[in-house]
Design a protein around this ligand. Structure first.
Ligand code: TTP
Ligand code: MG
Length: 361
């Protein structure tokens, strides 16, 4: 069965999280990175949202330059950028939640960095179905996480990754096998992983700038000139890549949350909703053939105070009964004065299975 591979990469990840959580930032250029100290700061930019990128601000730019570009924009009557320090822990937790959702939608997931993952989705069988799945995932990430992701789909990791970058932000690019070469040919040799500025320069010396140009060299010439790298480029320029999806970083948890239409302290309503969440998490666990050792719950009150409780079991289990019993025991004190002395109404409840074993497959 031919493989169908997906690559998902979150858009302006750190900046998008801040924008979501701080409404006053919406619609403004945002730069995440070191303190600019009024232009004297010494670090670099971690990332910038797409509005700030219009000013030429991007990852790895010295923060002092970013400050200068922002001041220039301001002088032209454009909005000044907001500078914020990265909240890595928050981004990691966000990524974990997104990937925990994603793992329930695909065959195998390989988390590749804080905001990107590869997935094998071969079981959907057709590129049409792959497109539907990608749309569903993008919609879910938008509505449930308030963030946008860009997705690329192709016959291997190389093509999926290049495709996810094609229409950023909020992109979806599908490259079935028969379109691979047309997709690659006009692109710069730099899109091939392993071709950096130096190799680009070497190739430019022999007048090779695009993938199509690279393909005009036969394998012997490439190997003679560039050694082992050359044979790698020979394959990649033809869109060939056999690298498997390797599950190299465990998903840390699988969970689900529910926000009530109206804040409530009606035990019947809360427990009903909670049981639905339990069933949903149980289904994901069963589907992924995962076991868990820790059960955690979350309660957010109407004043947004958010509390969590967790219990770690003696042994790994995949039992739905255990998940239900343990999580209800953690939740119930919030419905009465034990953990909710002021009898505050509840806005959101959540359940999470943590401390997971890797998927069996
Ligand atoms: P990227 O996916 O490279 O960038 P991005 O998500 O901000 O933007 P894009 O829409 O182009 O994907 O990196 C993910 C996060 O990793 C990014 O939001 C911040 C962090 N990061 C750094 O801290 N330093 C860096 O140099 C880079 C590249 C990223
Ligand atoms: Mg990203």
């Amino acid at each position: 069965m031919p493989r169908i591979i997906m690559h998902l990469d979150m858009d302006a990840f750190f900046a998008a999280i801040e924008e979501r959580d701080k409404p006053r930032l919406r619609g403004r250029p945002i730069v995440i990175g070191a303190d600019p100290m009024g232009g004297r700061g010494r670090g670099v930019v971690s990332t910038a949202n797409y509005l700030a990128r219009e000013y030429g601000i991007k990852s790895a730019l010295p923060i002092s330059r970013a400050w200068k570009y922002s001041q220039q924009a301001k002088a032209e009557g454009k909005p000044e950028a907001v500078f914020l320090e990265p909240n890595i822990k928050k981004a990691e937790e966000e990524g974990d939640r997104i990937f925990s959702y994603l793992i329930t939608k695909v065959d195998t997931l390989q988390v590749a960095s804080i905001d990107e993952a590869y997935a094998d989705i071969s079981s959907v069988k057709t590129y049409k179905n792959a497109e539907e799945l990608a749309k569903e995932i993008k919609n879910h990430i938008k509505s449930k996480f308030g963030l946008t992701a860009s997705i690329g789909i192709g016959p291997n990791k190389l093509i999926a990754k290049i495709a996810s970058d094609e229409e950023k932000p909020d992109g979806l690019t599908i490259i079935p096998p028969q379109k691979v070469q047309v997709f690659l040919d006009p692109k710069s040799v730099r899109i091939i992983p392993g071709i950096g500025p130096k190799a680009e320069e070497e190739l430019a010396k022999i007048n090779i700038k695009t993938i199509k140009g690279l393909r005009s060299l036969n394998k012997e010439t490439l190997v003679k000139k560039f050694g082992k790298r050359g044979s790698d480029w020979y394959e990649k320029s033809r869109g060939q890549d056999d690298n498997p999806i390797t599950v190299d970083r465990e998903i840390k948890s699988i969970g689900k949350e529910h926000t009530f239409q109206k804040d409530t302290l009606d035990s019947g309503e809360i427990i009903d909703s909670f049981k639905k969440l339990i069933r949903s998490v149980t289904r994901s666990i069963a589907k992924k053939q995962i076991k868990f050792k820790t059960v955690a719950i979350k309660v957010r009150f109407s004043d947004f105070q958010t509390l969590t409780r967790s219990k770690t079991l003696k042994e790994y289990t995949s039992s739905a009964k255990v998940l239900e019993t343990e999580s209800l025991q953690l939740l119930l004190p919030f419905l009465d004065s034990r953990s909710n002395p002021k009898r505050k109404k509840i806005r959101l409840i959540g359940i999470r299975a943590e401390n997971l074993t890797a998927p069996l497959k």
